[in-house]
Design a protein around this ligand. Sequence first.
Ligand code: PLP
Length: 357
Amino acid sequence: MPRPITATIHLGAIENNLQVVRRFAPGAKVWAVVKANAYGHGINHVWRSMAQTDGFAMLDLAEAVLLRELGWQGPILLLEGFFQPQDLALLDRYRLTTAVHSDWQLAAIADATLSAPLNVYLKVNSGMNRLGFAPERLREVWQRAQAVANIAELTLMSHFATADGPEGVTQQMATIETAATDIPLPRCLANSAATLWHPSTHGRWVRPGIILYGASPSGCWNDVAATGLQPAMTLSSEIIGIQQLKSGDRVGYGGRYSAAGAQRIGVVACGYADGYPRHAPTGTPVWVDGVLTRTLGTVSMDMLAVDLTPCPQVELGAEVELWGKRLPVDEVATAAGTLGYELLSALAARVPVVTEA
Ligand SMILES: *Cc1c(COP(=O)(O)O)cnc(C)c1O
């Protein structure tokens, strides 16, 4: 018997979530973002369920090649562009659309020998200060790009820092409008948060990631609970040990939880080497045999402990959901001081993945 831990990928949820995106951005084409191996879900497992998308976006060239080899013939966008001029041979061979955020990339495209011109996304830094040309330079870069014979279509790209919060996109949109005055390029600006909450950003293409996997861009499930999004991954395991504690007995490394009275606890086959956050404190929600309960003490590499007080019926082998259909990953992430993005994409390679319709 293998360890009882499993990640179940709900393909119907992914299809549904793409439809939710279409409902929020009816006039835009969709780049389904599948970076970080589809946010931990496995590109090989999920891409067919997203095949109604208009294109796929990621940043790892190997993932782009994988998607081609799996059979996707539509557009693929490299969100960070290429990392060295030699990569252009693969961009040419696999027909990849590329972001261009630096002068050297534009020069490399101009100098390359290609079988056909490439589509290029000019990335402007509108305030996040990660990648992109300074907004004052957009016109000059655009004019240069237009003169490059190796470039086919041009699109204007930017990325938002605060689309999921109260600050919104106002300031960055103003920067983009100023920089792009009289520059008639189609636009691709919106991440998940902007796709849901800032229709003015939609433009020609949107680039949602996290919502395709049924988690919230803000980290708060309540913010998306009414949208119809469905969690695409359930991480489940079983109770493999039960202990009866007396008052003062302690649990786990560091003895960081101690029982105030008699208490029955369960031990779950899931730890931080599976991708469960080690920083999840006592009290992190966990679903055991149909009942919402809480973790106790420090998460170990391979195990964690749960309170069985609210579910006295539980025996060895009882089903545990760490996150998923019944317990949004956002709620576990919030307890652990992180986001669903990090938990999903950190699912460990040792966890067996199964898919279901
Ligand atoms: C990751 C990423 C996205 C998708 O972000 P979500 O918040 O997951 O929707 C879009 N654009 C770029 C450039 C990204 O790096």
